[in-house]
Ligand binder design. Structure first.
Ligand SMILES: Nc1ncnc2c1ncn2[C@@H]1O[C@H](COP(=O)(O)OP(=O)(O)OP(=O)(O)O)[C@@H](O)[C@H]1O
Ligand SMILES: [Mg+2]
Length: 401
């Protein structure tokens, strides 16, 4: 509850039974996850805790999911590989918008549900299509233009007052694929690096006072759970810190949650949807972008909320009743642990990190470190933001992977 408003809607079926699609004799369902990274790992951990089974499929060996359930390695664009994988799955999900949900849907031909659907992924993958979909749904966005030629982009830069963010339409993540441009020179450079055959996306630079995020869980039968609004801080366009709840007015929190829920409906999201927003100085919000999967800004929910985003991801794709997304602590602070060097992972600083009061240290089991690669995170919960922040930063800083 937040300001008296309920943020988890009741499940439509009061006496819910799980129907196992696979015909397997397992008592509890098997979730198939396309992907082998940390999001799959944390979803699997939550699912296994509830008695479910997990199979993962990824194109190359993966440290994060290797110890969990059945970790299958294979060419996931190959229909035979996909068919073998789907056997025994009761539902399939993705941990990345780039995973081949379309192949899974085609091969399964309706026998195993795939959530989020390939249609939802298509609406989100291409940033131009995503913006148009959100705009049509009446969700507040900053000015943007899909620019097919450099001349279009030059015009957009001038229309946006000389400061814009140029973005690749597809394939960007963690700030790779974006450039802030303030001159024609910079724009030409960005065009060279980022444009594809259909050009690139130009966005007016938003003079935000804070970045916010909201996680939404939505099930196939339409049940929704909306998490608290959090503050996010990026370093080099990359998520560094998350503070829950955001230090914002109730009206702003309501606007953010309403926009997030409307976005989930607009793209017919099923499972977790991560929604990134900007807060403006007058307390209004603009939506930045969506991610159709558990999201870095929701990792705090493992310790911070009654049901984490990963638990609700598993529940929602199986159309089970959703868990309570509310905070169960006054404050949670999460700091990402990034790689410091290239090479095999080492354990330097691990015990120092664990020695910090109340630090919950999560390492993703990646075998190779790279500078700035997401290797883990630390969450600290309690009462006082500044104390928690210091502890979380110190613990995360100690880990030298
Ligand atoms: N229009 C904008 N105005 C101002 N800053 C922006 C704008 N768009 C993006 N940014 C900044 O760049 C960051 C990364 O942008 P965006 O979220 O579009 O990138 P991404 O690489 O697709 O996403 P992610 O880092 O979430 O994987 C944002 O969090 C924000 O700090
Ligand atoms: Mg982003």
């Amino acid at each position: 509850m937040d300001g008296g408003k309920l943020y988890v809607t009741p499940h439509p079926k009061s006496t819910h039974r799980i129907t196992l699609m696979s015909g397997s004799d397992a008592l509890f369902p098997t979730i198939g996850i396309l992907g082998g990274g940390q999001l799959g790992r944390m979803t699997a951990l939550a699912a296994i805790r509830m008695g479910m089974h997990v199979r993962t499929l990824s194109p190359s060996p993966s440290g994060p999911v290797a110890p969990l359930g059945e970790a299958i390695i294979g060419d996931w664009t190959n229909e035979k590989v996909m068919k073998d994988f789907l056997e025994g799955c009761d539902v399939v999900t993705v941990e990345s918008e780039w995973a081949p949900a379309d192949v899974a849907e085609r091969v399964s031909n309706g026998s195993v549900p795939v959530w989020p659907s390939a249609t939802t992924l298509k609406l989100i993958r291409h940033k131009g299509i995503q913006k148009d979909t959100l705009q049509s749904a009446g969700i507040p966005l900053g000015d943007y233009r899909a620019c097919i030629t450099l001349e279009d982009a030059v015009q957009a830069l001038s229309a946006f007052g000389g400061k814009a963010v140029a973005k690749k339409f597809e394939g960007s993540y963690d700030g790779y694929g974006n450039a802030t441009v303030t001159s024609e020179e910079e724009l030409k450079q960005a065009w060279k690096e980022l444009s594809a055959s259909d050009g690139l996306l130009m966005e007016a630079f938003v003079p935000f006072v804070r970045e916010l995020a909201v996680i939404v869980a939505r099930s196939p039968s339409g049940q929704t759970a909306v998490y608290p609004v959090v503050e996010t801080e990026q370093k080099d366009h990359r998520c560094h810190a998350v503070i829950a709840p955001a230090r914002i007015r109730t009206e702003t929190a309501d606007l953010a949650r309403d926009a997030a829920l409307a976005a989930a409906e607009a793209v017919k999201a099923v499972g977790i949807l991560g929604v990134e927003l900007f807060e403006l100085s007058d307390g209004t919000i603009l939506l930045n972008e969506l991610a159709p999967r558990p999201h870095n800004t929701g990792h705090y929910s493992i310790e911070g909320c009654h049901a984490s985003q990963f638990e609700n991801h598993a529940r929602s794709i199986l159309d089970l009743p959703l868990g309570n997304p509310d905070l169960r602590v006054p404050v949670a602070v999460m700091i990402n642990v990034l790689g410091h060097r290239a090479g095999p992972v080492q354990t330097d600083g691990f015990s120092d990190a664990l020695s910090i009061d109340n630090a919950s240290v999560h390492l993703y089991g990646k075998l190779e470190a790279r500078p700035k690669r997401k290797m883990g995170h630390v969450t600290v919960t309690g009462d006082d933001i500044d104390t928690l922040r210091r502890r979380a930063e110190r613990s995360a800083d100690a880990i030298m992977l």
